[in-house]
Write a protein that binds this ligand. Structure first.
Ligand code: NDP
Length: 240
């Protein structure tokens, strides 16, 4: 079974991606930082679908911690076939009120997390000569910017630039690198969003479901998507 590390798969979109990949015959390696109990519940579902239900636990914003966890995982398992960089946070505020800590935490998690997770994994993937897939969760905020999300928009736009550059470097190895950019998806991340106001901006007049993002990730992970690289696929009900 092809192993795919899915960061932030204890809940929300990451959980849906892990389950969707398990149903498609992959072995998703789960990951969380603060909620191991939630990750264990996902692991049980993955096991019932034939996967091993392994869980990694580390903070993606902590470079040393991420490297230690991923180096030892690679030592035990070899390179993963795929990586889904899904873990992320938002911490919104109008720019004049934005605190230094809100800027730093979001950049360190959402943008540095790209580097911290991929740096230990890319060389082993190249050396494995097994092709492979890297999929990073960006956001519509990273594509067009969003009010109250200067920090998050910067980080998610950064992820798109990083993914496009890495796609060029890895293309000849048969490793594809793409982004999925969701609009507004029903998870804990959007708790507190003013529904009526936001819905007006969505032509479909509804929020997306985590499973609707997961299905796009599953396609990008597949053999059929071998010639799709350096792209940003949006899943947003027609917002942009
Ligand atoms: P949730 O808040 O529901 O879940 C976040 C996940 O990321 C959890 O598994 C959490 O682990 C993990 N996580 C958060 N911080 C860290 C960290 N420092 N180190 C390791 N893991 C961490 O988020 P969503 O499912 O809504 O979002 C998933 C991705 O999709 C994110 O990258 C987000 O930016 C992006 N996205 C979401 C949209 C939405 O509308 N929901 C829209 C556009 C993009 P734990 O449970 O242990 O805390």
């Amino acid at each position: 079974m092809k192993k795919v590390i899915v960061t932030g798969s204890s809940r929300g979109i990451g959980r849906a991606i892990a389950i969707c990949l398990a149903k498609a015959g992959y072995d998703p390696v789960l990951h969380c930082v603060r909620r191991p109990e939630a990750a264990k519940a996902v692991a049980e579902e993955v096991k019932s679908l034939g996967g091993t239900g392994e869980i990694l636990k580390f903070d993606i914003s902590d470079r040393e911690e991420a490297k230690a966890a991923l180096d030892s995982w690679v030592e035990a398992n070899g390179a993963p076939y795929g990586v889904v960089l899904n873990a992320g946070i938002a911490d919104d505020n109008a720019f004049p009120a934005l605190e230094d800590d809100q800027w730093d935490r979001v950049i360190r998690t959402d943008l540095d997390g790209f580097y911290n997770v991929l740096k230990p994994l890319v060389m082993p993937m190249v050396q494995a000569r097994n092709r492979g897939r890297i999929i990073a969760l960006s956001s519509i905020s990273g594509v067009v910017g969003n009010r109250g999300q200067v920090n998050y928009s910067a980080a998610k736009a950064g992820v798109i630039g990083a993914a496009k550059a890495l796609a060029i470097e890895l293309a000849r190895r048969g490793i594809t690198v793409n982004c999925v950019a969701p609009g507004v998806i029903e998870t804990e991340m959007i708790d507190g969003v003013f529904a009526d106001e936001v819905l007006k901006a969505i032509p479909m007049r509804r929020f997306g479901k985590p499973e609707e993002v997961a299905a796009v990730v599953r396609f990008l992970m597949s053999e059929e998507a071998a010639y799709v690289t350096r792209q940003v696929i949006q899943v947003n009900g027609g917002m942009f």
